[in-house]
Every structure is written in C-alpha cells, then in structure tokens.
Design a protein around this ligand. Structure first.
Ligand SMILES: NC(=O)c1ccc[n+]([C@@H]2O[C@H](COP(=O)([O-])OP(=O)(O)OC[C@H]3O[C@@H](n4cnc5c(N)ncnc54)[C@H](OP(=O)(O)O)[C@@H]3O)[C@@H](O)[C@H]2O)c1
Length: 251
C-alpha cells in the first residue's frame, strides 16, 4: 500500500502537510499520522478523504519511536512520502531553563527525526520523498533559542547530506525552513509577550508553507525557504559572518 507518513500531524503545520499531500499526490492510499494526542490525530484524519493509520506515540522516548517501527514491520508499507515534522522550541535563557525540556527538544527534533528516517528507508523506493521541517533558525544561531536553533541547524545539515546519499537511489530529501507561523508552537515555546523579535517578524501562512513544500519536494529541491523576506535572510546569513548575524538574530 502506498503510504505517506506525517509526524506532528495533530496540529499546526502537520495538519496542513496532510491536506496538501493528499491534494498533490492522489496516488497515496493511506496516511500514517503520528503524534502524542490521539484525539487531535483523529480530527486530522476526519479532514482527509483517504484511509488513515493513527500512531499515538511520544517521540521524545525510545518506546515512542519503537511503536512506529513496529507498525512498519507489521504493515510493510510502500512509503512514498515521509514528513518529519514533529518538533518544538523553547524560548529563554539557557542558564534558567529546565535541562529535561532542553534535552527533550533534542530528542524530538533530532533523535526521533533521525531514527524515524533510518527505520523508514528500507520501505522507500525510487521516486519516494522525505521532507524534514527545519526553520529559519537553522541559518544562524538564535540566542535565547540556542538549543532549538542548534537542532534545526542539524535538520538542514542532515537533509543536505542525506539528499546527496540518496540521489543514486532516486529518493529526494527536502528541508523546509519556515519563519514564524501562528500555530501552537508559539504558546508551547512561551514566545507570546516574551520576544520583541517575534512580535516584529512577518508570519508565514502554514497552508502556503505546506503547499509550497509539497511542490518543492516533487521538484526534488533540497532546501526550500518560503517567503521572499526569509529567502533574503537566508542569503544575508550565508554571506555575512555569523559573529555579526547572531546579534541581529537574537530572539
Ligand atoms: N510555528 C513556528 O513558528 C515554526 C517556525 C519554523 C519551524 N517550525 C517547526 O514546524 C514544526 C511543526 O510545528 P508547528 O508550528 O505546527 O507547531 P505545533 O502546532 O505545536 O505542532 C507540533 C507538532 O509536533 C508534535 N510533537 C511535539 N512533541 C512531540 C512528541 N514528544 N512526540 C510526538 N509528537 C510531538 C505535536 O503533537 P502532540 O503535541 O500531539 O504530540 C504537534 O503535532 C516543528 O518542527 C517546528 O519546529 C515552526
């Protein structure tokens, strides 16, 4: 069965990814939706016309990724699209932060994304696509979101390396690097009222980000940055020394 796997499909961008993928790739027969909140996964499933398999798992734990791995071994799907989208951020000074929460960010944004990709690759063939949700935070470190921006630097770097590795197998790998979006991310990260930068930056529309990402994946693009403003920021962060950009990029 031709399957699309979407992690973080219980809210925000993940929901939009499911809807955009269903529209863009009508040959997909079943959507595997992964996140912790089963009720919210069901709400996403109700929005889709396709068959769904809901996998309620905490991806910050090894048990969580093992639940997904067991589903692969049991169902032996033909994975046409894997969207590694689950993730979260935390705003604030590292010295005053909760070490467990910081480590949890690495577990979900980096470890789970890596483990899920490795487990899924044996079920992917020529023409399949991997999408990794990165961020503009991957272009230059963001003080006060130091761990988050480091995890996203990993995601973009991982994408570039893997895209090159998988080119001969005809599997594309795309990192999408959105700017801020008005999703639950903002409250989870405790951003509201705590960051001048976030209150002045232009926001991206998750619907447009998801549709643009599906086009970018189908075209085999390795890094996709929605919105002209952030394309320009990516260029600036590439040509100027990070010792300079890091001062402007503080959250
Ligand atoms: N919103 C922004 O400003 C922004 C900007 C750039 C990049 N991003 C990235 O976009 C992605 C999606 O975020 P969003 O904006 O759509 O925020 P969101 O609405 O908070 O969605 C985050 C998703 O990740 C899932 N998730 C978080 N922790 C998890 C865990 N331990 N196990 C399993 N699933 C987990 C959540 O599901 P459950 O809570 O149900 O587990 C949810 O479905 C993230 O990777 C984020 O870093 C967001």
């Amino acid at each position: 069965m031709k399957v699309a796997v979407i992690t973080g499909a219980s809210s925000g961008l993940g929901v939009e990814f499911a809807l955009a993928a269903e529209k863009k790739f009508p040959d997909i027969e079943c959507f595997w939706l992964v996140a912790r909140r089963a009720d919210r996964l069901q709400e996403t499933a109700d929005k889709l016309g396709c068959k769904t398999l809901l996998i309620s798992a905490d991806l910050s734990t090894e048990e969580g990724t093992a639940v997904y791995r067991s589903a692969l071994e049991r169902e032996k799907p033909d994975v046409r699209l894997l969207v590694n989208n689950a993730g979260f951020g935390v705003l604030g000074d590292l010295a005053e932060s909760d070490p467990g929460e910081q480590a949890g960010m690495i577990d979900v944004n980096v470890r789970a994304l890596t483990v899920i990709t490795v487990c899924t690759l044996p079920y992917m063939d020529r023409g399949a696509m991997i999408v990794n949700t990165s961020s503009i935070a991957s272009f230059c470190p963001n003080a006060r979101m130091t761990v988050y921006s480091s995890t996203k630097a990993y995601v973009t770097s991982f994408t570039r390396g893997l895209a090159e590795e998988l080119r001969p197998r005809g599997i594309s790998v795309t990192a999408v690097c959105p700017g801020p979006m008005a999703t639950e991310f903002i409250s989870v990260a405790r951003i509201t009222g705590n960051s001048k930068t976030f209150s002045t930056l232009p926001y991206c529309d998750p619907k447009k980000v998801a549709a643009g990402t599906m086009d970018a994946a189908a075209a085999g693009r390795v890094v996709y940055t929605p919105k002209a403003f952030y394309k320009f920021y990516r260029f600036v962060a590439k040509i100027l020394p990070h010792s300079l950009v890091v001062k402007m990029a503080k959250t």
